[in-house]
Design a protein around this ligand. Structure first.
Ligand code: ATP
Ligand code: MG
Length: 585
């Protein structure tokens, strides 16, 4: 039941709704006492032959009225309580979503997408049921039981009530045990479902590769296994689930048996009349539902608790990257300084960068060249604070990037990541993603700079064409150029391109870089690439190898001497590296 305490914050915030719901519920319970009582009265009058037809009609009318009224009241409390649970679900989803957007790449490296999806669907659903059906069943069963038992004990016979309810503690015990088993099995079922979710997500997003490699059959087998696991685990849950009803029936049956045995004996000895016994057994019947409900309740609440715990655990996960205390919300553009003695990724022991000291003047075009795995992306991602340094510092205009807020830092940066993301939206919305207030003219202007405008005009609906999963599929080069247009639209002082032109041909690349140089003269441009050609026009080139800066200088000075750079230049000239593939180092 702890989950109700855990959800206290929500119930407190919506107390009016819950109070009204529970009051209505209470009224229903009181109304439900009337028919059995009247029936008992009628039975007594039949026995003593003291009745008139008008009397019977009146009783019938009252019973009907009570039922009609409780119909309306029941509708009222359902609306109240279920409405509350929907609000809770939406609030939890909102919190999870907000939290997901705040968490850093490390988190997404450590968690599986399938798990996160399960949290935001299944777990939220389970908690929603706790706040809806759970609260309802709890209030309903406790209120019904209390009202009915009190009436039985005080208005009919205390001793008889005690005897008839003797089996109850047994039931409470058994049902609690079931609840614990259910909890364990439910957690396993949820975990299996997560595995399945994860696999489905992976297979669907990688379906082209799966097909191309002819792995459909294998995938089908693996999927069948996972799906079977989900079934097996859920059957284990329902095996316990299925125990609730029979258990409750047996115990209720026992109660009836005791009530009739002892009640009948009392009637024979005239300490109870027939009408009272009738009313008593009818009341006992009204207790069946609360007892069953208790079973459901355990079930629902156990699930809700497991799910709420998982959601809470996620929500308390601290973003690894956050604003430091006292961070300032403004950052002036200016030269960038890197001073990194050493950097390793969290959890990795091997340093990825070592002794990197760089000074990048404002407005410069700096090429970062290096073979795959040399640390180019890492260098750029550190500037963006996707990961934090553990030693050394990076400054912009003399201010450490750790002394400003993430918002202020990222406002100065326009970033084209190596693995670009295209959303299922129109071309226009995709480009305006980081700067939604942009006009169409501005969007067209940056698209021209990124050499994607002509491609877009050939799409069926131009800038309004849907792309991504629900629309036109873009080629790798188109995706890259669209990502560049997106970044160019942001009025940021530093433009960061991480291997952003690897999928376009050398000529287009050269044109785009030329455009960038003209249009963004006052912006600093950091460009990571394998291709020497791409950095020919740079003011300064840094050559990274195995996490160290092995050479740096202007392209012309590097070319003039026998440098790694000039060797690479010659080789790439010879092979004529054009598209995509790695440079021959
Ligand atoms: P490429 O040209 O292939 O893009 P790169 O020069 O950009 O390569 P990085 O992505 O910076 O290279 O990677 C440098 C090293 O850091 C690699 O050895 C890589 O395995 C490691 N690395 C990259 N990202 C992570 C991460 N998130 N966690 C742990 N290690 C990582
Ligand atoms: Mg990279």
């Amino acid at each position: 039941m702890r989950v109700f305490a855990d959800l206290g914050w929500f119930f407190r915030a919506h107390w009016v709704r819950y109070a009204v719901g529970i009051i209505l519920l209470f009224l229903v319970e009181v109304l439900q006492l009337i028919p059995p009582w009247l029936i008992g009265q009628v039975v007594n009058r039949f026995v003593t032959r003291h009745y008139t037809v008008t009397y019977l009609w009146r009783v019938l009318a009252v019973i009907l009225l009570a039922q009609l009224l409780s119909y309306a009241l029941r509708y009222g409390w359902r609306l109240m309580l279920y409405g509350g649970s929907l609000e809770l679900a939406s609030e939890l989803r909102r919190r999870l979503y907000r939290h997901f957007t705040e968490l850093s790449p490390v988190f997404y490296q450590q968690h599986r997408i399938g798990d996160l999806m399960a949290h935001s669907t299944n777990d939220v659903q389970a908690v929603q049921e706790t706040a809806g059906d759970g609260v309802l069943t709890l209030a309903d069963s406790v209120l019904t039981a209390a009202v009915v038992v009190a009436t039985m004990a005080t208005r009919i016979n205390g001793f008889l009530t005690l005897v008839a309810l003797l089996p109850l503690p047994v039931m409470a015990y058994v049902v609690t045990r079931y609840g614990h088993w259910l909890h364990d099995r439910f957690i396993k079922a949820q975990a299996a479902f997560s595995d399945l979710n994860d696999r489905v997500q992976e297979i669907i997003s990688g379906i082209r590769v799966v097909r191309a490699f002819g792995q459909e059959t294998w995938e089908k087998h693996e999927f069948r296994d996972l799906s079977e696991q989900v079934m097996v685990k859920n059957i284990a849950v329902s095996q316990i689930d299925a125990l609730f009803d029979p258990t409750v029936s047996v115990i209720v049956g026992l109660s009836y048996f005791l009530a009739l045995a002892v009640g009948g004996w009392m009637v024979i000895h005239r300490t109870l009349n027939i009408g009272q016994l009738t009313t008593f057994t009818l009341y006992l019947g009204e207790l069946i539902w609360p007892m069953m409900a208790f079973g459901f309740l355990f079930n629902i609440v156990e699930r809700g608790r497991a799910s709420y715990e998982r959601i809470q655990r996620l929500l308390t996960e601290k973003p690894a990257i956050h604003d430091r205390p006292g961070a300032v919300d403004t950052l002036a553009p200016g030269p960038i300084h890197y001073g990194i003695p050493t950097f390793s990724y969290p959890g990795a022991d091997h340093p990825v960068l070592q002794d990197v000291t760089l000074d990048i003047p404002a407005g410069a075009f700096v090429g970062i060249l290096g073979r795959t795995g040399s640390g180019k992306s890492t260098l750029l991602r550190l500037l963006l604070r996707e990961f934090d340094l553990t030693a050394g510092d990076i400054t912009i205009a003399g201010t450490s990037i750790y002394q400003v807020t993430l918002r202020a830092l990222r406002a100065q940066l326009a970033y084209v990541p190596q693995d670009h993301v295209i959303f299922s939206a129109t071309v226009r919305d995709n480009i305006a993603f980081g700067y939604p207030q942009a006009s169409l003219d501005e969007i067209v202007r940056v698209s021209r700079l990124a050499e994607i405008d002509e491609d877009i005009r050939r799409f069926p609906e131009g800038y309004d064409t849907l792309v991504g999963e629900r629309g036109v599929t873009l080629s790798g080069g188109q995706q890259q150029r669209l990502s560049i247009a997106r970044a160019l639209l942001r009025p940021a002082a530093i433009l960061v391109l991480d291997d952003a032109l690897s999928a376009v041909d050398v000529q287009t690349e050269a044109r785009i870089l030329e455009n960038l140089r003209h249009a963004t003269q006052d912006r600093t441009l950091l460009l990571a690439t394998h291709r020497v050609k791409a950095v020919e026009g740079a003011d300064w080139v840094i050559v990274l190898d195995d996490g160290r800066v092995v050479e740096s200088g202007s392209p012309s000075t590097l070319l003039a001497r026998a440098s790694l750079f000039s060797k690479m230049w010659q080789r790439q000239q010879l092979v004529g590296v054009t598209k995509g593939e790695d440079a021959p180092w």
